[in-house]
Design a protein around this ligand. Structure first.
Ligand code: NAD
Length: 262
């Protein structure tokens, strides 16, 4: 029997969680299209070796999203999997956030997912498909230090659930993964590098997540990618509208060892 070719798109696919997802999907036999605003020579060469297509795509640009989706659909006439992964952090008190910074964060982390879904969903009909949004533990339990980022990710979780309901009739499943904190990613590496004491800051990230603390290591990009592969697979055919936290328990509540008033 001829193998069925499946097309997958990963935004922000050239680094960190996105790159790990792109590589794992290619290992699984997907025809993968990675869109990003930048790529290193090393990543480009890893993609070329595996037949992964890279396209420049700024997810804040509607036309570039349309181009990425129509190119990715050329091989099979359809899209089977869309992973909305592109994202930017925003660590600032609300009083210090400029209107343009709000737009940058919300346009990249939220509006882009609206636009990719708008153009990918018609390409998933009538057979169905899967959409996986990379939200954050910040979308489950807001944090004091990054309110705009937390808002963008909480809204992405809400978008996930609404679209899961709306498009169940199309056999399109919509789920999200809520990671954090994940090592070997552009986002976390930048935060560590900017810290006054990078070693202590990295340790504080490990300590903030109960299981990471117990294992004395950060969560890896491949651990997030594995959840995306599962949510795209036949094994998860009855799962939609979920938000899977892969944060070592960080969003559960107060971790052990922290004194609390009763
Ligand atoms: P990363 O910086 O390695 O990856 C983000 C990618 O998005 C980069 O390749 C970047 O170029 C791309 N990108 C940024 N703006 C874009 C735009 N306008 N158009 C297209 N691509 C754009 O960091 P990461 O941690 O791998 O981030 C991936 C996703 O995971 C993000 O949505 C982030 O919010 C989420 N996340 C990360 C963590 C973590 O601890 N690293 C935790 C929770 C959620």
């Amino acid at each position: 029997m001829a193998e069925i070719l499946k097309s997958a798109i990963v935004t922000g696919g050239a680094s960190g969680i996105g790159e790990a997802t792109v590589l794992m999907l290619a290992e699984q036999g997907y025809h993968v299209w990675a869109g990003d605003i930048q790529i290193t020579d090393e990543s480009q060469s890893a993609f070329t070796k595996r037949g992964i297509q890279f396209r420049h795509c700024d997810v804040r640009n509607e036309q570039q999203i349309i181009d990425l989706i129509s190119n990715a659909a050329k091989a099979t006439g359809r899209i089977d999997l869309l992973v909305n992964n592109a994202g930017v952090g925003m660590v600032k008190a609300i009083t210090d956030v400029a209107a343009e910074e709000w737009d940058l964060c919300l346009d990249t982390n939220l509006k882009a997912a609206f636009l990719t879904c708008k153009y990918a969903i018609p390409r998933m009909r009538p057979a169905g498909g899967s959409i996986v949004n990379i939200a954050s533990n910040a979308g489950l339990l807001p944090r004091a230090h990054d309110p705009v980022y937390s808002i963008s990710k909480a809204a992405l979780v809400a978008l996930t659930k609404s679209l899961a309901l709306c498009h169940s009739v199309d056999k399109i499943r919509v789920n999200c993964v809520c990671p954090g904190p994940v090592g070997d990613t552009g986002m976390i590496n930048a935060d560590i590098a900017a810290a006054a004491d990078p070693v202590a800051f990295r340790q504080s990230l490990i300590d903030a997540s109960p299981l990471a603390r117990a294992a004395q290591r950060m969560i890896s990009p491949r651990e997030i990618a594995a959840a995306v592969v599962y949510l795209a697979s036949e094994q998860s055919q009855m799962i939609t509208g979920t938000a899977i936290a892969i944060d070592g328990g960080k969003s559960l509540g107060v971790p052990p060892g922290v004194p609390t008033p009763q």
